[in-house]
Design a binder for this molecule. Structure first.
Ligand SMILES: CC(C)(COP(=O)(O)OP(=O)(O)OC[C@H]1O[C@@H](n2cnc3c(N)ncnc32)[C@H](O)[C@@H]1OP(=O)(O)O)[C@@H](O)C(=O)NCCC(=O)NCCS
Length: 158
């Protein structure tokens, strides 16, 4: 099967919704039944496709979507002089490879592509919150991610 890495298009919206639901299902956290989820999430996908801050990477096997990876460019306040301090951050999220296509290097190839996109967009650092699984942890570590301090987070919903 030939697998190609590509950018998402509007026709992928429903399939991307199914993958998002499957990702949450896998971690026991899907908040809506799939029937209700697809339409809502597909609307979000269509908006994201119009939004220059989102880069949506997909993998297709024989034309069928089998994986996705999303990068959002997070802008930073420019420094007046030094440009380097104000390069955008890349926030990597919604990383999912269809179970039947795992352990074949698809995730690694996509990570390469996303890294190239990030470089082209002048991103300095990509960050992510790995899913709570050893496979996810190994995957990011193999891709060159490392723990670099830890951010301070505040839960504002409380
Ligand atoms: C984590 C995840 C994205 C990895 O995707 P993937 O496409 O399976 O990743 P790769 O194929 O590049 O690497 C996975 C393993 O396959 C191995 N592999 C890669 N190519 C291979 C090949 N041609 N033959 C045999 N093994 C191979 C890798 O060495 C790696 O092994 P390891 O886990 O023992 O270190 C995928 O497992 C997934 O979607 N998990 C569920 C959702 C999730 O946790 N997402 C992360 C959210 S933050």
């Amino acid at each position: 099967v030939s697998v190609t890495i590509d950018t998402a298009r509007a026709a992928d919206a429903e399939e991307l919704a199914r993958m998002r639901h499957a990702l949450y299902d896998e971690y026991g956290d899907a908040d809506l039944p799939i029937e209700d989820y697809v339409g809502r999430f597909a609307a979000f996908v269509r908006n994201a496709l119009e939004d220059p801050r989102w880069m949506i990477c997909v993998a297709r096997a024989d034309g069928q979507l089998v994986a996705t990876m999303w990068l959002q460019l997070v802008g930073r306040v420019p420094q007046p002089v030094a440009h380097n301090g104000s390069r955008p951050i890349g926030y990597l999220t919604n990383v999912y490879v269809d179970p039947a296509h795992r352990d074949a290097g698809i995730g690694a190839r996509m990570l390469h592509t996303v890294r190239d996109w990030a470089r082209a967009a002048d991103v300095s650092t990509i960050l992510c919150w790995p899913a709570p699984s050893d496979a996810a942890e190994r995957f990011y570590a193999r891709g060159g991610f490392h723990r670099n301090g830890s951010p301070m987070v505040l839960d504002v919903t409380r």
